[in-house]
Design a protein around this ligand. Structure first.
Ligand code: PLP
Length: 448
């Protein structure tokens, strides 16, 4: 039975972000059930999931109240469009709840199916905004060199990871990247003030190069996730937000990973007290019990678009499943678990133990850097601590990491450039955190 499924997978299913031939050779591991922080696969192995699926199952597995909310909604009415002038109660209530929680006056919500189309929606909305408010030259968009903003045809151009561009004809000429803050490997050193100043200057230089009148927006993650969990110095995100305002460009906080307690507060922007002009959400929004993303914009931006558009024009942007009622029901209940259900507080409670456990790994001969904020972290491996030498050239560590992750029954993300990423569910106990650290240390020991 399992062999049959593996063979069928190889024959028919195209997986995201794999080498297609490589996947045929390697095959698939099929996950079948989950409870709390643990998942079980079809071969009967139980693993602790220190990556919450794909940094998305923030509430953990087996949350019966989310399942019940979805089931109730599907029974009542499985689909009620938000197109034109119809609507459904869960989407309306979720939009209101997000407005209450989001920073500042981000009070308007457009629902999508995930993060990539939330970014795509943002790109279209930003273009539309400048066109209808009389500044049609403002079309260029800037992001960071290790940033990730999904893989839609437009948004992938803002993503800066090489394999998302190679042979895909992206980015477009309207998309630009500036250096990421990467303290461990920063040519400018590790002084926080200096790193912040360098990022601000890089933005100013890029805007000057393109011409301020042509630049629409800066896209930034509070902590860059897929680029290697690059935790910036405190104050960095605020400095970028302020610089964007000074340069008269919009500031979008991409909170697809950092939202919903991942870094401690409800949203990563809160860490530095930032109020962005736009915010994108997905993943933890429903804790991945249903697919859903969102773009949030300020009341001012909404009003400018509403008033700037011809009154008889239906603004042509939307998806069949925008504000899907079952997804919205999952989102509303997931947020209830984060807030009244105490998951956000639990995440904050276990975060110091997580940070302590990971930084304790710095005594290991292969660990060069540990980066952590809340329950989001990366461990960067080196073969020579003093020289910070990357090991992949001689050890092909990332391949071994992926294998050992399974053997030692701890799921983390083995990044291709010798890093391990962690994002455990907010429901973890302190024992779960200790298990993650202990098992990961045994992975490292096997690499020696
Ligand atoms: N933005 C960020 C910061 C992400 O990390 C991701 C996915 O990991 C996306 C956007 C794209 O989200 P999705 O995979 O739901 O399309």
């Amino acid at each position: 039975m399992l062999d049959d499924l593996v063979a069928l997978d190889k024959r028919h299913l195209i997986h995201p972000v794999v080498s297609w031939r490589g996947h045929e050779a390697r095959g698939v591991r099929i996950l079948t059930s989950g409870k709390g922080a643990y998942v079980t696969d079809a071969a009967g192995a139980t693993l602790i999931d220190a990556f919450s699926g794909l940094w998305c199952v923030n509430a953990g597995y087996g949350q019966a109240s989310i399942v019940d909310a979805v089931q109730r909604q599907l029974t009542e009415i499985p689909y009620a469009t938000n197109y034109f002038h119809y609507g459904n109660e869960p989407a309306i209530r979720l939009a209101k709840r997000l407005s209450e929680l989001a920073p500042g006056n981000l009070n308007r919500v457009f629902f999508t199916l995930g993060g990539s189309d939330a970014i795509d929606t943002a790109i279209r909305v930003i273009r539309y905004y400048f066109n209808v408010t009389g500044r049609p030259k403002k079309k260029h968009m800037i992001a960071f060199q290790r940033g990730f903003h999904g893989s839609s045809s437009l948004g992938s151009g803002l993503t800066a990871l090489k394999n998302f561009h190679d042979d895909f004809d992206s980015p477009t000429p309207l998309q630009h990247h500036i250096a990421s803050p990467y303290p461990y490997r920063n040519p400018v050193g590790q002084d926080p003030e200096h790193i912040i100043a360098v990022s601000v200057q890089a933005l100013k230089d890029k805007v000057a190069e393109i011409g301020g009148e042509n630049v629409a927006a800066l896209f930034a993650e509070p902590v860059q996730g897929s680029g290697g969990v690059l935790v910036p110095p405190d104050g960095w995100f605020k400095a970028m937000r302020d610089a964007a305002r000074d340069l008269d460009i919009l500031f979008l906080a991409d909170e697809v990973i950092t939202g919903f307690g991942r870094t401690g507060p409800m949203f990563g922007s809160e860490y530095d007290g930032v109020v962005p002009d736009l915010m994108t959400l997905a993943k933890g929004l429903t804790s991945a019990y249903q697919p859903m993303g969102a773009l949030m914009v300020s009341d001012e931006m909404y009003a400018a678009i509403a008033d700037g558009s011809p009154s008889d024009r239906a603004i042509g942007h939307g998806f069949t499943y925008s504000g899907h009622p079952a997804s919205a029901a999952a989102g509303f209940e997931a947020i209830r678990l984060y807030t009244e259900g105490g998951l956000l507080a639990n995440g904050q409670k276990i975060a110091p133990r997580f940070a302590q456990g990971l930084t304790g790994l710095l005594d290991h001969p292969l660990v060069g850097d540990v980066r952590v904020r809340g329950l989001l972290a990366a461990v960067e491996l080196v073969t020579d601590k003093k020289e910070r030498t990357k090991p992949h050239a001689n050890l092909q560590i990332s391949q071994h990491l992926a294998r050992l992750s399974y053997e030692k029954r701890v799921i983390f993300r083995a990044f291709s450039d010798d890093m391990a990423g962690f994002a455990p569910p907010l429901c973890c106990s302190e024992e779960d955190i200790d298990t993650i650290i202990r098992r990961f240390r045994s992975v490292l020991d096997e690499l020696l």
